[in-house]
Design a protein around this ligand. Structure first.
Ligand SMILES: C[S@@+](CC[C@H](N)C(=O)[O-])C[C@H]1O[C@@H](n2cnc3c(N)ncnc32)[C@H](O)[C@@H]1O
Length: 317
């Protein structure tokens, strides 16, 4: 499930369920990340065939208001930090909840996002969205580690009332250290929101079984929200977890020669043209597991992959 990756990740994540270490990758296969246009095409199809953004939206409507209910108490400015914000679609929904809770209060926001294309789309989105006048956007074209180094070099102390890292922790090299650093930036009443695939999702099943045989090129870590919860617990952090049910229709993967099916299969396996390049035994095994109960269920004749996510809300110390 590599979604858009920038430097800094690698094989260093051995304490948790990272399947990157010790892998025996099949030689003919190459990572989907090596072909950006095919990656983008398959990612768009993933969004179209899944309820990924809808389930986040539902979380934001139903649960986020509670999470942000005291972050700005007594403050004349609310400081927000988005890490790996992408094109800002989810960020703007988050802002609307903070604005609803604290009408008229100024918001300063740092956006940490390494992709220039994403920053451009985010700026375009901001330009055409009304009601953002009280938000001051500061764009940081950086990875999270570059931002961390910058903050550490600064003399002044930074504190944020709300930090979010949505579907991005797969791409950092040292997850525990990253979590520690961003937690240290939280104000006393602040909250850190993390969204990742759930440990009960089909992704988790797939990664555990096949991670070592698929071509990740060190671009991505197979971590789930369950791993994050373990790290947070081991560090004594206070947090709440919410399961966000989501699914993905992968029926087309089982239609021979279907272009969309091929693209979805590439996204699921993070492999460029998996159908053509995977060794037949591996292909057969994965196809069988993809429709088995560990990954999917049958609904109205369709194969529905379990794309469940989890939201974790961490309290400031
Ligand atoms: C799957 S997208 C999620 C975007 C957005 N948060 C959302 O949920 O719609 C992952 C984002 O993380 C960014 N990213 C990748 N590696 C990163 C890193 N090392 N530090 C910060 N962001 C990174 C990508 O450019 C991309 O925009």
């Amino acid at each position: 499930m590599c979604r858009n990756v920038w430097e800094e990740r690698g094989r260093g994540y051995r304490n948790f369920s990272c399947c990157c270490s010790g892998r025996k990758m099949e030689p003919a296969m190459r990572s989907l990340m090596s072909d950006n246009s095919r990656y983008v095409e398959s990612f768009r199809l993933f969004l179209k065939n899944s309820t990924e953004h809808q389930c986040m939206q539902q979380y934001i409507e139903s649960r986020l208001p509670d999470a942000v209910s005291s972050i700005g108490d007594g403050k004349s400015v609310i400081n927000v930090l988005g890490v790996g914000s992408g094109s800002g679609e989810i960020d703007l929904k988050i802002f609307s909840k903070i604005q609803a809770r604290y009408p008229g209060v100024a918001i300063n926001t740092d956006i940490v996002e390494p992709s220039p294309e994403q920053i451009l789309s985010y700026k375009e989105r901001v330009a055409k969205t009304p009601g953002l006048e009280n938000i001051n956007f500061i764009w940081n074209k950086k990875t999270s580690i570059e931002f961390e180094l910058q903050v550490k070099e600064e003399k002044t102390e930074r504190k944020y009332d709300f930090i979010h890292m949505i579907q991005m922790l797969y791409y950092v090299k040292d997850v525990p250290a990253t979590l520690r650093f961003f937690r240290s930036l939280l104000a006393a009443d602040g909250k850190l929101l993390i969204i990742l695939v759930s440990g009960s999702s089909g992704w988790s099943t797939l990664w555990k079984k096949y991670g070592s045989r698929l071509p990740l090129n060190d671009l991505c870590l197979y971590i789930t929200a369950g791993d994050i919860a373990d790290i947070l617990s081991s560090e004594g952090a206070k947090y709440q977890c919410y399961e966000l049910p989501s699914d993905m229709d992968i029926t087309e993967c089982f239609i021979d020669g279907d272009h969309n099916g091929d693209l979805l299969l590439d996204f699921l396996t993070e492999t460029c043209d998996f159908n053509k390049n995977a060794p037949p035994e591996l292909r057969e095994e994965i196809m069988q597991d993809l429709r088995s109960p560990g990954c999917s269920s049958m609904k109205n004749g369709k194969v529905i992959f379990n794309n469940n996510l989890s939201a974790i809300v961490v309290d400031g110390d």
